[in-house]
Design a protein around this ligand. Structure first.
Ligand code: CDT
Length: 313
């Protein structure tokens, strides 16, 4: 029998700092209802979908910072979203700020949780490639994710969702080929991605016209080179004075964008993903067992390889 998964991307418009969790969750439930009406079985929401993208601010008040994190998932504020998943029979992946006690101390991660069609948690992923800095730098767009989050410590896990192998990635992760290759080697058939990407970066004005190209390029390449489906949800629009790109999309294992958002607001796109395409595309050149040369790739595994190693000759 043909294996297919109806997947929805639930893009959100901006989320204001003053917006309550209850209001945001109500917005997400409305999106999930639209996804369900479109026949979706699984939906993906953006990175940090419950709050504004606060790493754009140089915050120092611990209470102010603490307010952006969830200590439970589901917790009292987010339980209605899990209940909606159960009612609608639509699973989801949701990006949020996670605070957890591990190794006897509080740890903070930029996380995405995967819930099943019964509203139960299946698993979670913690962002590996945490961009930005710990303190503002002269002439550089303020992006302090490295102050507010540790790099993920769960690897690149793959979970079974209704028999489909699902991986997750968060924003900057999507720019790195290692993300897709690790997920693919772990067996992913579909990768769910959430992002918050500034439209403009002060430090690279000559690349400003390429922001959307550089959004789609690595995801299309990641899908193609690893023969996986990708469903990617932006938080878009002008959020607290900062413009975030949209461009939420669903990408086939051929690298083609098969569905694309056409707004910077709350919007749902749905596609019926044919999981036989993964194999068909793999046959067209990416037969890993036959052609890959892992024995020749040792440099990739080094903890911190040089960017441009000197080559002999
Ligand atoms: N949220 C996130 O990871 N955003 C990054 C921009 C970093 S700018 C220092 C991205 O890759 O879109």
């Amino acid at each position: 029998m043909a294996r297919r998964l109806n997947v929805a991307v639930c893009q959100t418009g901006p989320i204001a700092r003053a917006e309550s969790r209850a209001d945001v969750v109500a917005r997400l439930i409305a999106l999930l209802e639209t996804a369900a009406a479109g026949g979706a079985e699984l939906a993906v929401f953006p990175e940090m979908a419950l709050t504004t993208f606060f790493p754009r601010w140089d915050l120092t008040d611990p209470d102010e910072i603490r307010a952006f994190y969830e200590r439970e998932m589901p917790g009292p504020d987010t339980a209605p979203l899990f209940a909606a998943a159960r009612r609608l029979k639509v699973g989801f992946a949701l990006g949020y700020c996670e605070s957890v006690v591990e190794d006897g101390r509080e740890r903070r991660f930029n996380t995405m949780v995967l819930a099943g069609r019964d509203g139960a948690v299946i698993g979670r992923y913690r962002k590996m490639h945490v961009p930005g800095s710990e303190a503002p730098e002269e002439g550089v767009t303020v992006h302090l994710e490295r102050r507010y989050f540790e790099p993920g410590n769960l690897g690149f896990p793959v979970f079974s969702f209704e028999g489909v192998r699902i991986g997750m990635a968060i924003c900057n992760d999507r720019r790195w080929p290692e993300t897709y290759r690790m997920l693919c080697l772990n067996g992913a058939e579909m990768v769910l991605i959430g992002y918050n990407t500034p439209l403009l970066l002060t430090e690279t004005p000559r690349l400003a016209h390429l922001r959307m190209f550089h959004n789609h390029l690595p995801m299309q390449a990641g899908a193609y080179q690893n023969t996986v489906w990708i469903a990617a949800a932006a938080k878009a629009g002008v959020e607290e004075g900062q413009a975030l790109i949209g461009g939420s999309c669903i990408i086939a294992p051929s690298g083609e964008i098969v569905a694309l958002a056409n707004s910077l607001g709350d919007e749902v796109i749905v596609h019926r993903a044919d999981l036989a395409m993964n194999e068909d595309c793999a046959k067209a050149g990416f037969d890993f067992a036959r052609y890959r040369r892992p024995d020749e790739y040792a440099l990739i595994a080094q903890a911190a390889g040089p960017r441009r190693p000197a080559t002999a000759g």
